[in-house]
Design a protein around this ligand. Structure first.
Ligand code: UD1
Length: 344
């Protein structure tokens, strides 16, 4: 019999794959469910190099109710399932405004399908991958979990709000459920081994993958989206968190949930420190001894001015705090880019 199995939907993705590593380090057996719709099977090679074995993966679409039911049934016959971590989702803000239906179907559909399958198989523990985007531009920063949920700026953001609500409602109807709604700030960096990292398909929309590709001369210079925001240097402020720290928080959340009886808690995962885009560029240059080709440009529609986390709840409930520095994250991000390749 297998023990301590944890189902990880989207386990081949960026945050999912890093979480798989940390789960194994803490004695869990992650079972991945991923259809590679937004990830690459090569992730399994990187995971094998780190772990010395390939984690088990079911190539299944999380919106396929029949397949999800069969998969969870098969996994549960082999031993206990300690919990489910649900990463599988699309996450490109811009794309979501062009293809909202795809985002609704996939992000909300997969969460509803999963909750249904969990109920049928008596699974009670769920860690959900949410986002600080649910806060919009909060009135006060650092933002804590009691801040109101503001109307979403994008269909992507709306899907996260709806999924949080769906899980809250499911928990209210099945009080035996324990759920953590993990609100990520800006995950960056890669595993220090450079065996896994972010693999954006096509043109990267997020700051760090674009920055590393521009520095590698694979893209035109980075455009800083707006330098006229009401911040000290005029550029937007975010809370950049190392993906390995974020991954560890999922294991801490799982452990905590296993000791609860009937909770559904939103929990911020950030460092508690805000950095402007120009500060990030400077930190990258110092960390790696390189110049980042960049230019100032106009604002990107939908961007908020500044957000960073009050991460006290994660500390008090989960005993977790982010440990890695911005520079460490930016060094790991660059080493990962070197592994993926540069123009040389
Ligand atoms: C967005 C979402 C967040 C989501 C995350 C991951 C919002 C408000 N935030 O975060 O919920 O989880 O994406 O997909 O919807 N920037 C540049 N030049 C670039 C790229 C980005 O200047 O080429 C700037 C942006 O304007 C922003 C900062 O860098 O100020 C970070 O941008 P990005 O990495 O895209 O993340 P967010 O928009 O903060």
């Amino acid at each position: 019999m297998q023990s301590n199995q944890v189902i990880v939907t989207g386990g081949a993705g960026y945050i999912g794959s890093h979480t798989v590593v940390e789960l194994i380090a803490e004695g869990y057996t992650p079972i991945l469910i991923d259809n590679f719709s937004n990830s690459h099977p090569d992730v399994l090679i990187g995971l094998e190099r780190i772990l010395g074995k390939v984690p088990e993966l079911f190539e299944v679409d999380c919106c396929d109710a029949g397949a999800m039911d069969r998969t969870i049934s098969d996994i549960s016959k082999r031993g206990n399932i300690s919990g489910v971590i649900h990463f599988a989702a699309y996450k490109a803000v811009g794309e979501s405004t062009e293809q909202p239906v795809k985002y609704f179907q996939n992000n909300i559909g997969s969460t509803a399908t999963l909750l249904d399958a969990m109920e049928r198989h008596g699974l009670q523990t769920l860690v959900f991958s949410s986002s600080c985007t649910v806060y919009g531009q909060p009135a006060e920063i650092p933002v804590d979990e009691s801040a109101p949920i503001l109307p979403a700026e994008s269909p992507y953001g709306y899907t996260k709000q709806v999924c949080e609500r769906l899980i809250q409602d499911a928990q209210a109807s099945r009080p035996e459920i324990n759920a953590a709604l993990l609100r990520y700030f800006n995950p960056i960096g890669a595993h220090p081994s450079s065996e896994i990292g972010e693999l954006p398909l096509g043109h990267p929309n997020n700051l760090i993958p674009y920055l590393t590709q521009a520095t590698a001369e694979l893209r035109s210079p980075l455009t800083v989206f707006g330098d006229d925001y009401p911040t000290p240097d005029g550029t937007c402020i975010r809370d950049y968190i190392h993906v390995v720290d974020l991954a560890k928080a999922h294991v801490a959340a799982l452990r905590w949930l296993q000791k609860q009886s009937g909770v559904c808690e939103p929990i911020n995962l950030g460092t508690g420190t805000g950095s402007s885009i120009l500060e990030v560029i400077q930190a990258f240059e110092t960390a790696n001894g390189l110049a980042v080709p960049h230019q100032l440009g106009s604002r990107r529609p939908g961007d908020i001015t500044a957000i960073y986390a009050n991460a006290e709840k994660a500390k008090s409930l989960l005993g977790w705090t982010a440990e890695k520095s911005l520079k460490e994250a930016l060094r790991d991000a660059w080493n990962w880019q070197l592994k993926l390749g540069t123009s040389d």
